[in-house]
Design a protein around this ligand. Sequence first.
Ligand SMILES: [Zn+2]
Length: 340
Amino acid sequence: MLQRQKGIILRSARTGEADRILTLLLEDNRSLPLRYHGIRASQKRSQLAIQPGNLVEVVYYEKSEAPVLSIKELSLLQEFQIPPTYDNLQKLAAILALVQASAHGDAPGLFSLCTGALEALQEQVNPTGPGQTAHPNNNASVRPPSGASPPTNAATGAAPSGNNVRHPSETHTVFLDLLAFLIVRIYKIQGLLASPERCSRCETPLWKENSWPPEDMQPSSWILPNLEFLCPRCSLLENRRAQLADTGHALWIYLAFGQRFHRFRDALGSLNGLKFPAASGVEGSARPNHPSTVDESGRPDTGAGQIDSPEILQPNTAGLLVQCIQDFLGNLKELRIYSD
Ligand SMILES: [Zn+2]
């Protein structure tokens, strides 16, 4: 019986004399290997159409007894504009490897997550190119799961997310955020993510949920590689007092959990440079600058002996998430350069 479906090519491997096995993530969220007979010897059919990352439409024979099904027709629907530099191809490979490793069992939403990630990558690697489309500032898009309402970056002075050529280190950070965002969503799809804003044992909120920026943040300990956190009391009970740290990691995951990537980035931007309030209740200094510009230089002004309060965001949440997912999916060589 013939089937027709859209799919993203996750992998393309040579086989036999002139064939390829294409692993596709189909729009019904299944991952399927399909044999494309004679493609490597074909003059008529496009070799460009079968590049990993492309969105294609396939017609294939569905036969229950065949170990690998055969492609009858394949047509290119969309080629994401990723300039083929070494760095860009590494990024593309990381996304596709991550999606392929998580495409088993029931994975509702994985196909749209994958296409969304490829669109975001395309936008990142073409900051001034014609493929750049400004994201609509859509207030109807998904918001964080609580009543808190992060301001957009217009209010913070953070760098706008398009139209400017980025510095290489910023490009790396933006991609790492995308990769880690994808990881949080994969945890969610696989049913491994509960409520990062609450203690996973006693369900005490880790910060006040109806304020933005978050108030009354408690320290917590992260139960790696799960995306779960313990409040100070439960950390003590479970002998994890030494791992108690601030709750920036939980907040990062919470923000990625409930909104689109662009709004998530805006929310992160609005937290850059914000500090935890001091223990005495003194308001923390809100300095909406890039983290690299707000370090020790502020210390002499605060007076001798006063301990500088930590910034809300931690620098390494994304890298830790890349490590975490590999505990579940196995060590993926495409992700190694992105873990801490
Ligand atoms: Zn607790």
